[in-house]
Ligand binder design. Structure first.
Ligand code: AGP
Length: 362
């Protein structure tokens, strides 16, 4: 039974552990036997005509959109904007001549996102909803739907929906880029990458004990923490911080690592945890320097690093995958850090205070 916790103390841990299988399932559902994306021609043709992609979502889904921007822009060369739905709804950005809208929503019921979709439909524009719930409101009201196939996500803190959303964005970006003869997309072996990601996530979740120890020693007694990174690592840092905030009540910030020194570094005190996400070759050295700057002010620094960029003393090493796919791995230790911090504080991991699983008011 998919909604049974089994031997797990909390749904969140079960859902974290399910991620390798979700990656494999998405490869089965959305790729052919030869590893090519299977996306309807109608959807691809609509997207091909677009001069700009607008991704809309809230919370974790918005964060998955930030990663999607990198995937679409790299593989399709189509400018892509990402918007928080509650902002877009009442401060609509200037639209391009031929916009295409992608709604990201685990539940498909988020009122803020629906408000945007109502306006998009009123404008006569086409849209795609990527959601975990068939026949949900956002799915019914959009032109197209792609399902996450992640199985029910019950914990309030979203985990497997985030990784599933990114995996589908990668498949879609590959399909769209290939349809347009884009070389980056042609060279991107999405099936191979999803395979690497599945085994990579498995290797990380098999190291739970190590991550629990790290959570206990570094996060249990701190009032605040920072995740920092550049580019795609910055996008993941926002999600990492949200997870820590919502279930462990540690005030956490995700930050562009080069921006810290422009003010926020004033918040660093002796022992403040600063976790660097380092998965991109071109910015690895810079993020390391920014970590050093915080260490000089007393921060307790930790690193989550891709294997090929690792150095002695790094804390969590991620198996190597294509640089565009690293969020699928780097987020996993941060999910586990949030989980174990919450658990060891004796909090209700699955039902944090003040929160609902899906937010159906604006
Ligand atoms: C995630 O951990 C949060 N609980 C929350 O930010 C969530 O992602 C947001 O409310 C959006 O929900 P949706 O994906 O169902 O639209």
């Amino acid at each position: 039974n998919e909604t049974d916790k089994g031997t797990y103390p909390f749904y969140m841990l079960k859902e974290i552990d399910e991620q390798p299988n979700v990656m494999r399932r998405l490869a089965q559902v959305y790729l052919s036997e030869t590893g090519e994306p299977v996306i309807s021609d109608k959807l691809l043709n609509s997207m091909k005509q677009a001069d700009r992609i607008y991704i809309v979502g809230a919370g974790t889904s918005y964060h998955a959109g930030l990663v999607g921007k990198r995937l679409f822009e790299n593989m399709t060369q189509t400018p892509t904007e990402v918007h928080i739905s509650s902002e877009f709804a009442y401060e609509q950005p200037i639209l391009s001549k031929k916009p295409f809208f992608i709604f990201l929503s685990q539940s498909g019921e988020t009122a803020d996102s629906r408000e945007v979709l109502v306006n998009v439909n009123a404008g006569g524009y086409e849209s795609l909803t990527i959601t975990n719930v068939q026949n949900s409101t956002l799915s019914r009201e959009a032109t197209y739907t792609l399902l996450l196939h992640a199985g029910p996500e019950i914990a309030v803190a979203s985990t497997k929906a985030y990784t599933a959303q990114i995996a589908i964005e990668a498949i879609l970006a590959k399909a769209l880029g290939e349809a347009d003869n884009q070389i980056v997309a042609q060279r991107f072996d999405v099936r191979h990458q999803l395979g690497l990601v599945a085994t990579g996530i498995q290797a990380i979740v098999d190291e739970k004990k190590k991550i629990e120890d790290l959570a206990k020693s570094s996060f249990l007694n701190t009032p605040n923490a920072f995740y920092i990174g550049r580019g795609i690592d910055w996008s993941v840092s926002l999600e990492a911080a949200l997870k820590l905030k919502e279930i462990s009540y540690v005030q956490a910030e995700g930050f562009a690592s080069g921006e810290l020194k422009h003010g926020t570094i004033a918040l660093i005190e002796k022992g403040t945890p600063v976790i660097g996400l380092i998965t991109q070759e071109k910015t690895a050295g810079l993020t390391r320097s920014n970590l050093q700057e915080t260490m000089a002010r007393g921060a307790h620094i930790l690193t989550i690093v891709s294997e090929s960029l690792a150095k002695p003393g790094d804390d969590i090493i991620l198996p190597d995958v294509d640089e565009l796919m690293t969020p699928l791995l780097s987020v996993v230790p941060t999910q586990l850090i949030a989980y174990y911090t919450s658990l060891n504080k004796g909090l209700d991991v699955d039902k944090p205070r003040n929160l609902a699983k899906s937010v159906t008011v604006e």
